[in-house]
Design a protein around this ligand. Structure first.
Ligand code: PHB
Length: 388
């Protein structure tokens, strides 16, 4: 009896000493490396690679390799590339996706093929609402969560009328609709709106003139990437800001390009899930690492989402070990404190729950700083028809 117990204990000790079951995970990165959102793609990928480096130690004996492709922010091209990654490259998980239109196009394929997708930008509300999927997990934001915090806040500042402007596609419409709902509920009135094409609008002059002519007290916008740079510069050239102060989803003055906008960004007030000035050890580690790896550049909200996507994937692998079927179910269970603050995934929708920051851009001594005016903690979307 005694001898058997000793033998069993020795066997258990030997098993424990063996390396845990491990697997090689392949990640498919789908991002725009060309077109209006090319800059965003570069930041997200930089953040992702930095995240793999910073958290790779948690992988144990598992390994991660990546393949990448350019979505061109084009829904048709993106679907073909996602299919190739899953069916011929045999990736275990997809990540990236900047445009809400691309996410809309990919949804049925990832759901039907049971391919996990960790969304590191595209805010399409439907993807964590009516068209949610157990295979889609979002670490970035939902479109409506970004702008709906601005409605009551602006109304409280005494603003009674607003004009809306955003690119004519799902993200633009959803961000403006969410703002409209909360601004009107707080007693505000929308006096006009305009939706220029997403790709190829070079001249915002006619749209800006129309907004000015509306007599609104504020212009609420969503623009990102190349469109945000052009829009903010043209707004300044028009001298529009003194009659019609500019507000936005914070991508308007992203840390990725606010230095290019410079003085033109001064005074713009916006809401976002991240500002570079957050004073925590996690954010310091991220910003110091980003600066060291990428020529002294500031890490943006895009880079943070890439970084957190890598962190989430690493944690899910660590929890699943070599069991790839288990890995799929682990992604939405992850939570951690990241550069933006506490982050967790809502089990009911797989959308991220996180803080929102309302901030003002202040230009002084040749540079723009983003001063936080309000923090709204633990912003969580309603279930919006999602059944997981
Ligand atoms: C989107 O299409 O969902 C989108 C694109 C760029 C942003 C934010 C959202 O900065």
């Amino acid at each position: 009896m005694m001898k058997r117990t000793v033998l069993a204990a020795a066997a258990a000790a030997m098993l424990a000493a063996l390396p845990a079951k491990a697997a090689d995970y392949k990640v498919g990165i789908l991002l725009p490396f060309s077109g209006v959102y090319a800059g965003l793609g570069a930041h997200i990928e930089n953040g992702f690679m930095l995240g793999l480096k910073d958290f790779g130690g948690e992988l144990g004996n598992n390994t991660v390799s990546v393949v990448r492709d350019d979505t061109e922010a084009d829904p048709g091209a993106s679907l073909a590339k996602a299919k190739k990654m899953v069916l011929s490259d045999k990736v275990d998980v997809l990540t990236g996706i900047v445009s809400s239109a691309v996410l809309g196009a990919l949804r049925d394929f990832v759901h039907g093929s049971k391919t996990p997708l960790v969304v590191s930008n595209a805010g399409n509300d439907d993807a964590t609402g009516e068209r949610c999927s157990p295979y889609i997990t979002r670490v970035s934001f939902s479109n409506s969560s970004i702008t709906r915090v601005m409605g009551p806040w602006m109304a409280k500042q005494g603003i009674k009328t607003a004009y809306l402007m955003a690119p004519d596609y799902a993200a633009g419409r959803q961000m403006m609709d969410a703002f409209r709902a909360t601004f009107e509920a707080a007693g505000g009135k929308i006096v006009g709106e305009a939706y220029p094409p997403l790709q190829g609008t070079k001249d915002y002059g006619p749209y800006i003139s129309q907004a000015k002519a509306s007599g609104a007290q504020a212009l609420m916008t969503f623009f990102a990437g190349g469109a945000a740079i052009s829009f903010v510069k043209q707004y300044k050239e028009f001298g529009a800001a003194k009659d019609l102060p500019l507000y936005g989803a914070g991508f308007l003055t992203s840390a990725a390009y606010v230095h290019v906008q410079g003085e033109a960004a001064d005074g713009i007030i916006a809401s976002l899930h991240y500002v570079p000035t957050i004073d925590t050890p996690e954010n310091k580690r991220f910003q110091d690492g980003y600066k060291a790896a990428y020529e002294g550049k500031l890490g943006s909200e895009f880079a943070v989402a890439g970084y957190d996507a890598a962190h989430l994937i690493v944690k899910a692998i660590a929890a699943a070990g070599g069991d790839k079927a288990k890995f799929k179910g682990e992604l939405a269970k992850v939570s951690f404190n990241g550069p933006r603050g506490p982050l967790r995934i809502d089990p009911a929708t797989h959308n991220v729950i996180q803080n929102m920051y309302i901030f003002r851009n202040e230009f002084a001594d040749g540079k723009v700083t983003q001063k936080v005016l309000a923090t709204i903690e633990g912003v969580q979307d309603p279930v919006n028809g999602c059944k997981i």
